[in-house]
Design a protein around this ligand. Structure first.
Ligand code: LLP
Length: 413
C-alpha cells in the first residue's frame, strides 16, 4: 500500500505525513514515486509485444518532476496547450512522442509545436485543419496531423467529463471525418499520420471504450480502401480509479479489451491516460484550523480550500478524508470546508472524523486534476508539492509566496 498507517500515522511510502506537514507546511501535496511508476508499468506491461505508445496526459498533473520521471520511463505525452509543451520540453520529454489535442489551438501554439517537431496535431475541426495548413505553409514545414473523431459513444460518466457525445464540443463528427481526411490527404502542407478519439474520463469498465474503438476501426478501414493509410490509432485516456467504493477494472483488462477491439490492425496503438497514472499516487495534506459546531451542520475548517482542490465543488466529486493520526471514527458528522468565501468551498460533506484543532488530515486520491486545476482565488498562494521515494522526500514545487501573487501587477501611473 502506498498510503497506509504505520504505528498509528499515515505514511506515503516510508515517510510519515505529519513529519512532511511540519517540514513543508500545509496545505501540501504529497506524491509517491513508486505509485506513479507502478501505474505506468501496468500500462507498459499490458502493451508488451504490441507496437504501442503511452502518452501521459499532462493536464492531470503537470509537475516537472513527475513529467521527468515518466519521460525517463519511456512515456510520450498528450498535451493541450503551448504551456504544456513547454513543460514537457523543460522536463526532458520528447516532442516526437508528444501529441497535441484541444479544440482551440492558436496559430502561435501550432507554429511552436511544428518548430519543436511534435509527433502529431490532433485536429478537432475543419476550421482548425485550414489553420494548421496555413501555419505549416508559412513555416515551410509539413504538419503531421490526426483527426480527433467524435465516435458518439456514451461513456456513462459525469456529464462534465464526458467528451465523446454529439453534444460535446470535442472532435470532428463521425459522419464528417471521411471527407475531412480526404481534404487533408490532398493538402501538400499536411501529412496524415493518425486518428484519435477520447470519449470521457473516469470509465470503470472497458465496454464504452471498446465501442469507440470499433467505430474508429471501421473508419480506418474505409480510409484504407481509399488509399489513406495511418500510422497510429489513439484511443484516448479515461480509465477510472477508485475514489470511494468504485471498482474500476484493472488497467491490464482495459488494455487487453482495447487490443482485442483493434484486432490485427497494424497501426501503432496510442493510449493517453492521465488519472489512472497519477490519481491515486497523491494526497493533499491539510491542517484543521477550527472546529465549528453549527445548528444544522458541524464544520471542520481546514487550511486547504477549493482553490487547491476544486473537484468536490465543481463536480460534486467524493474524496476520502483520513486523519493523519489514526483515530476511531467520531460520533459527529462534519463538513470539511476551506477558508474561501464561497458556500461551494468544501472538500467533503458528512464525514465521521475524530479531529482536533491543529490535527492534520489527508485528502486522498489527489494526484490528478488537483494541483493542476488549482488557482489563487482569494489571493491564496498555491500549495507546496513533495515527491516521496522510499524514505526520502523532496520538495518538487515550493509553496508560493504572497509576493508571487502580485509580482506581475503594475500601478498605472
Ligand atoms: N486524452 C484526452 C484527449 C483528454 O481530453 C483527456 C482528459 C485525457 C486523455 C485524459 O483522461 P484521463 O485518463 O485522465 O481520464 N478535470 C476532470 C477530468 C477532465 C478530463 C479531460 N480530458 C476531473 O477532475 O475529473
Amino acid at each position: 500500500m502506498t498510503f497506509a498507517y504505520r504505528d498509528g500515522v499515515l505514511h506515503a511510502e516510508g515517510v510519515a505525513l505529519d513529519a512532511l506537514a511540519r517540514r513543508y507546511g500545509t496545505p501540501c501535496y504529497v506524491y509517491s514515486r513508486r505509485a506513479v511508476e507502478q501505474a505506468y508499468d501496468e500500462f507498459a506491461s499490458a502493451l508488451q509485444g504490441r507496437d504501442a505508445s503511452i502518452c501521459y496526459s499532462v493536464k492531470a498533473n503537470s509537475n516537472l518532476a513527475l513529467l521527468s520521471l515518466l519521460a525517463h520511463r519511456g512515456a510520450g505525452f498528450d498535451i493541450v496547450s503551448g504551456g504544456e509543451l513547454s513543460r514537457v520540453l523543460a522536463a526532458g520529454g520528447d516532442p516526437k512522442k508528444t501529441l497535441f489535442s484541444g479544440v482551440g489551438k492558436t496559430s502561435d501554439e501550432i507554429g511552436f509545436a511544428l518548430e519543436r517537431g511534435i509527433a502529431c496535431l490532433n485536429v478537432e475541426s475543419a476550421a482548425e485543419l485550414e489553420r494548421v495548413r496555413a501555419v505549416a505553409f508559412e513555416k515551410k514545414r509539413r504538419a503531421p496531423i490526426a483527426l480527433r473523431v467524435n465516435p458518439d459513444v456514451d461513456p456513462r460518466t459525469h456529464p462534465y467529463i464526458s467528451t465523446g457525445l454529439k453534444e460535446n464540443k470535442f472532435g470532428v463528427p463521425y459522419a464528417e471525418a471521411e471527407a475531412l481526411y480526404r481534404r487533408a490527404a490532398a493538402a501538400p502542407e499536411l501529412e496524415v499520420v493518425g486518428i484519435g478519439c477520447h470519449i470521457g474520463s473516469l470509465l470503470l469498465e472497458p465496454s464504452p471504450l471498446v465501442s469507440a474503438v470499433q467505430r474508429i476501426v471501421q473508419l480506418v478501414e474505409r480510409l484504407e480502401s481509399q488509399g489513406i493509410r495511418l500510422r497510429h490509432i489513439d484511443v484516448g485516456g479515461g480509465i477510472g480509479i477508485r475514489y470511494k467504493d468504485e471498482s474500476p477494472r484493472p488497467i491490464g483488462e482495459f488494455v487487453r479489451s482495447i487490443l482485442a477491439a483493434l484486432g490485427r490492425r497494424p497501426e501503432t496503438v496510442v493510449l493517453d491516460p492521465g488519472r489512472a497514472v497519477v490519481g491515486n499516487a497523491g494526497v493533499l495534506v491539510t491542517r484543521v484550523e477550527y472546529i465549528k459546531p453549527g445548528e444544522a451542520r458541524n464544520f471542520l475548517v481546514v487550511d486547504a480550500a477549493m482553490n487547491d482542490l476544486i473537484r468536490p465543488s465543481l463536480y460534486g466529486a467524493w474524496h476520502e478524508i483520513r486523519t493523519v493520526r489514526e483515530a476511531p471514527d467520531a460520533e459527529a458528522l462534519y463538513d470539511v470546508v476551506g477558508p474561501v468565501c464561497e458556500s461551494a468551498d468544501f472538500l467533503a460533506k458528512d464525514r465521521r472524523l475524530a479531529a482536533r484543532e491543529g490535527d492534520y488530515l489527508a485528502v486522498m486520491s489527489a494526484g490528478a486534476y488537483a494541483m493542476s486545476m488549482s488557482s489563487n482565488y482569494n489571493s491564496r498562494p498555491r500549495a507546496a508539492e513533495v515527491l516521496v521515494e522510499g524514505t526520502e522526500a523532496r520538495l518538487v514545487r515550493r509553496r508560493e509566496m504572497v509576493e508571487d501573487l502580485f509580482a506581475l501587477e503594475r500601478f498605472p501611473g
